[in-house]
Design a protein around this ligand. Structure first.
Ligand SMILES: [Zn+2]
Length: 225
């Protein structure tokens, strides 16, 4: 894993000691063995990046020692741990390499990441689709609908266009009742690859700007290229 702060992103070494890992509870009021398995409590996992020294947190809810009542033996038996990730901080993990990525595109994408950090999958699907639409609008690509606009984006690699169409499909289906169920794996792949596509689109834009500036400079010096 990497440090989740967008301006750091250095490799986190899993062997570094946790800053804090445990159940949040007032020490004077710690639950007894008898009730510990009945209570859902907050579990906090805090790590510190050794590069930027900042803390980042995963917040879980679950039972410390889950047990279920077995009707046959009339006894509690041990159950599998049931820690559920509720939120991560910081939630926005991506920093874009290309400086020209517009603010609204960054904002929609970071909102998708925040939705993901609390498991709001419909929200992720909607925000990712909105990000793709905003890219098409910003770059002013033509087309009768967004499917055609995506096809007309200046990307050489068909695989990236396919991914953007897939994200549109997830957004279309995820936001209507009874829409196709998508897996969190699909969503996570989209979250990982979309910033690569965004950087690619805007970096090449920056390179064209740079080439045009160089050309204008050369002409102003009376040079023929
Ligand atoms: Zn860091």
């Amino acid at each position: 894993m990497k440090c989740p702060y967008p301006d750091c992103q250095k490799d986190y070494n899993q062997n570094w000691q946790d800053f804090f890992r445990g159940w949040l509870w007032n020490q004077d009021d710690y639950p007894s063995d008898n009730e510990r398995h009945l209570l859902k409590r907050v579990n906090l996992h805090t790590r510190r990046c050794h590069f930027c020294s900042r803390l980042f947190h995963d917040i879980y809810i679950g039972n410390e020692n889950p047990k279920i009542f077995d009707d046959a033996t009339k006894r509690f038996i041990q159950a599998a741990p049931d820690l559920e990730l509720i939120a991560s901080y910081p939630a926005s993990k991506t920093s874009f390499k290309a400086k020209k990525v517009p603010e609204n595109i960054r904002k929609y994408f970071h909102e998708a990441e925040r939705c993901r950090s609390i498991g709001a999958m419909t929200g992720v699907a909607a925000c990712l689709r909105k990000t793709v639409y905003a890219i098409c609008d910003d770059l002013g690509v033509g087309g009768i609908d967004y499917k055609e606009k995506i096809s007309n984006l200046p990307l050489k690699e068909e695989v990236y266009k396919e991914l953007l169409k897939q994200i549109k499909f997830l957004g279309d289906n995820g936001t209507k009742p009874g829409g196709d169920i998508y897996t969190s794996d699909q969503i996570d792949i989209a979250l990982k690859v979309l910033p690569v596509v965004i950087d690619k689109l805007y970096e090449q834009d920056e390179q064209i700007d740079e080439a045009q500036r160089a050309l204008a400079h050369a002409r102003s010096k009376g040079l023929q290229l």
